[in-house]
Write a protein that binds this ligand. Structure first.
Ligand code: SAM
Length: 461
């Protein structure tokens, strides 16, 4: 026999042994033989991936990565090599290379549902939820009955779409108030008016504008899965020809690109339960500056935070803590929630004052400098206050308002909000509580300053 024949025979024997050892679970011995096979230049392209796989199984991740790199040097489109490299990076918490490798695996083998699923999981772990959702959706198309993929899609949708969206849509009073204001605006400005809908959600307000006669509505929605759903809903309802939905934050819209001119009417419902958290101030200021005509009709045109002083044993347990199981943990109170969403009609609470306007924002104004003012509230009952329960009054158009006053509003998208005090505050009927009230553009500032005694004070709000 020649040297070459000897070498081949030896390598073949090693390979056989390696396969047997591997199937018997003796990975260390199998690895040594596979290395010999490769050293003898025998069936290297087939054996390298097997060796890399064994190294990965044995936890020798760096060596496995290096061998997969060799595989890729021979065949840059080797889907398994990309996939395995991605999994190794992912289990070591290196999201960026993991995602790059898994993307390469998907590009090399687009029909591989497992690779799509692994890419989706890694994107989700890296906090890139929108892209994760896209990949899970792609994986579902390949494996429609895969329960895990379906579960992940629902989980991510729920993380990306706030829970209040559905009760908000079912809030007929809110919807009717918006539709009345929108119809009045179209009647006043004419069907040719350019309508801009910022934060279209399901597309509801845009469809109301189109139903009222608007020929052209430009809508934007910054959450991609919501924007895509809006486009489908709008098409289902036959308005696709008149409403364009852009997957974008309003700050990314440009006149000339998304709108052919500044808009005549703005409709935008981005009021959070505490008025400001959905960045209504920034968004409306930006729209006035760049996207709207100076005399545009603004819906809503104003919104106010209204509130009253409250006492509630139930709410006190959410905000203050003292002795627990015999330990003084009162310091933890410093970490209490500054505001708590509450269901005003369900929570057991007692008013200690009348209703007071805390803050009003005129949304037709071009700018809203931050501002803190002194507000005095007359206490109407003795008690210990946990804070201020706050709700909203929205002024949509002449004669069209909407509120979620806790006495009359049961279910909808908006909850009431308890703005908590740092300490429980004992008050007596007739006294006057002085508060600092204002905003920092995205949150309400509500801070008790002092309680002035009942006898010395004049009547106030
Ligand atoms: C409270 S929902 C209202 C949805 C819809 N307009 C309605 O009234 O049924 C607000 C929506 O606006 C979107 N949004 C908030 N600010 C936005 C902005 N500046 N640009 C684009 N979308 C925005 C949110 O993602 C959310 O889907």
């Amino acid at each position: 026999m020649t040297d070459t024949a000897d070498t081949t025979t030896f390598a073949r024997t090693m390979l056989k042994e390696a396969l047997l050892l591997q199937s018997a679970g003796n990975l260390a011995a199998a690895e040594a033989r596979y290395r010999m096979v490769i050293e003898h230049g025998y069936r290297v392209a087939e054996v390298l991936p097997v060796l890399a796989g064994i190294l990965g199984q044995r936890g020798a991740d760096d060596e496995a990565l290096a061998i997969w790199e060799e595989v890729l040097a021979r065949d840059p489109g080797h889907a398994v090599a990309h996939h395995e490299q991605g999994l190794i990076h992912a289990r070591n918490g290196r999201f960026a290379p993991a995602i790059a490798a898994l993307e390469a695996a998907c590009a090399a083998d687009p029909e591989n549902a497992v690779a799509a699923n692994n890419l989706a999981v890694t994107l989700a772990d890296a906090g890139r939820k929108h892209e994760a959702l896209e990949q899970f959706t792609r994986a579902r198309a390949m494996q429609p009955s895969n329960l895990h993929i379906e579960h992940q899609i629902r989980r991510l949708n729920a993380e990306l779409v706030p829970f209040w969206h559905i009760p908000m849509l079912n809030d007929a009073r809110r919807n009717d108030a918006f539709e009345a204001a929108i119809s009045a605006a179209i009647a006043a400005a004419g069907p040719g008016a350019r309508v801009l809908d910022i934060g279209t959600g399901s597309g509801l307000l845009s469809m109301m504008a189109a139903r009222a006669g608007a020929l052209s509505v430009t809508a934007c929605e910054m959450v991609p899965v919501i924007a895509e759903t809006a486009r489908r809903i709008i098409a289902d309802n036959g308005y696709a020809g008149r409403i364009a939905v852009h997957t974008a934050a309003s700050s990314a819209l440009e006149v000339g690109e998304h709108l052919d001119g500044r808009a005549d009417i703005l409709v935008s419902e981005i009021l959070s339960s505490d008025l400001l958290t959905e960045r209504v101030i920034d968004t409306f200021e930006d729209a006035h500056a760049r996207l709207l005509k100076p005399d545009a009709i603004i819906i809503p045109r104003a919104a106010a935070a209204i509130g009253c002083l409250v006492e509630s044993a139930v709410l006190a347990d959410y905000v203050f803590v003292g002795t627990v199981s015999g330990f003084d943990v009162s310091r933890f109170g410093a970490l209490a929630a500054q505001k708590l969403p509450i269901h005003g009609t369900m929570t057991d609470w007692k008013r200690l004052s009348g209703d007071v306007e805390l803050l009003r924002i005129d949304l037709t104004r071009k700018s809203h400098p931050g501002d803190v003012q002194l507000l005095s509230i007359r206490v109407t009952q003795d008690g210990v206050a946990e804070g201020i329960v706050q709700w909203m009054e929205v002024d949509l158009a002449e004669g069209i308002t909407f509120d979620n006053h806790p006495d009359g509003y049961t279910d909808g998208g908006w909850l009431q909000v308890l703005h908590t005090f740092p300490e429980p505050l004992a008050v007596e009927a007739g006294a006057v509580l002085h508060l600092a009230v204002g905003h920092d553009r995205t949150t309400l500032i509500i801070r008790p300053l002092e309680v002035a005694s009942a006898r010395a004070q004049p009547m106030v709000a």
